[in-house]
Design a protein around this ligand. Structure first.
Ligand SMILES: Nc1ncnc2c1ncn2[C@@H]1O[C@H](COP(=O)(O)OP(=O)(O)OP(=O)(O)O)[C@@H](O)[C@H]1O
Ligand SMILES: [Mg+2]
Length: 301
């Protein structure tokens, strides 16, 4: 089977500015792929090309095997989209808005409005005017519109921005359930925990380019792990054994960032055992997605 989404050599130019430069990635069927990146990294510009809202300046996009602009009639009914700036007419109620929206979809496909409102926990707000909904409730209504047509593919631009923690967890549960049903999901997010919880694979965009891609574990493996411990009494860091990475000391706490975590730990523990030295407060861990992201966003990678 072809991947659900194939993006190759994508470029998008606004005037003289390239917001997307040579972006390539595939999204396999049934997986959740997350686009990460700072404000202006090019996430929305990329998603809009996948949604078929514009033609790329260069490069190709295939969605479910089709060109999403040229073959809109084949792609659109199988795709659910949530734009970064969603929104319905404020004088409608959520139930009316969804009924209207469902009317634009093939009749056989649509979920009942009541069931869809329940999926996003808006049943109690079904008959309130949209203008009276909170920001998070509107976001959930946008998500309801994306899922009401039982799409094979969901493209969600920051689906949980503005949601409170409980609603965010509820949304994650819904997305996991859709994945179990075989739906493919491409989303953008600023929440690294969201990527960690949900994504099979991620791509980190920076300045319109993919600067890291793979599973979260693969992405963080490219960044140094960290070992920390209390400086043993009576010693300076010069007395510590050589490892890959440099020691630094602050307020009696020693830190070393290393690309060879296992070797460095083995050396350090062997040295401490041989000298009968206690490494108090010893802590060793791989880089986190946060650290990898901040390092990329800070331009140090
Ligand atoms: N219609 C447009 N005309 C000109 N420049 C644009 C247009 N839309 C976006 N840009 C610029 O393109 C770059 C990428 O924007 P984009 O909206 O894709 O970023 P993003 O990663 O989605 O950011 P955010 O996290 O803030 O949503 C930004 O520098 C933005 O200012
Ligand atoms: Mg955006």
């Amino acid at each position: 089977m072809t991947p659900a989404i194939q993006v190759y050599g994508l470029r998008r130019r606004y005037g003289t500015f390239d917001a997307v430069r040579d972006v390539s990635f595939d999204v396999e069927r049934g997986e959740l792929f997350a686009l990460l990146g700072t404000n202006g990294a090019g996430k929305t510009s990329t998603l809009e090309l996948v949604e078929g809202l514009d033609r790329p300046t260069a490069g190709t996009v295939r969605v479910l095997g089709h060109d999403p602009v040229r073959d809109r009639a084949q792609v659109r009914p199988r795709t659910g989209v949530m734009l970064q700036e969603g929104g319905f007419p404020p004088d409608l109620t959520p139930a009316e808005a969804l009924r209207m929206w469902a009317g634009t979809l093939p009749a056989r496909a649509a979920r009942p409005v009541a069931e869809t409102l329940d999926l996003v926990d808006l049943t109690h707000r079904a008959a309130v005017r949209i203008r009276q909904l909170s920001g998070g409730e509107r976001r959930r209504l946008d998500l309801a519109a994306a899922v009401i047509g039982r799409p094979d593919l969901l493209i969600l631009d920051e689906p949980t921005t503005g949601l409170d923690p409980q609603s965010r967890h509820d949304t994650w549960r819904l997305l996991r359930r859709l994945l179990t049903d075989g739906v493919t999901i491409l989303l953008s997010t600023h929440y690294l925990q969201e990527a960690q919880e949900l994504a099979d694979r991620v791509a980190i965009l920076h300045g319109g380019r993919v600067v890291a891609t793979g599973s979260v574990a693969e992405v963080v493996a490219g960044f140094p792990a960290r070992i920390a411990f209390d400086l043993p009494p009576g010693l300076t860091i010069d007395a510590l054994p050589d490892v890959v990475g440099a020691y630094s000391e602050h307020d009696g706490r020693v830190t070393v960032h290393t690309t060879g975590l296992q070797e460095a730990l083995t050396t350090l523990l062997g040295w401490a055992a041989a000298q009968d030295i206690a490494l108090n407060g010893l802590d060793a861990r791989s880089a986190s997605l946060d650290e990898a992201f901040l390092s990329i966003a800070g331009g140090t990678s």
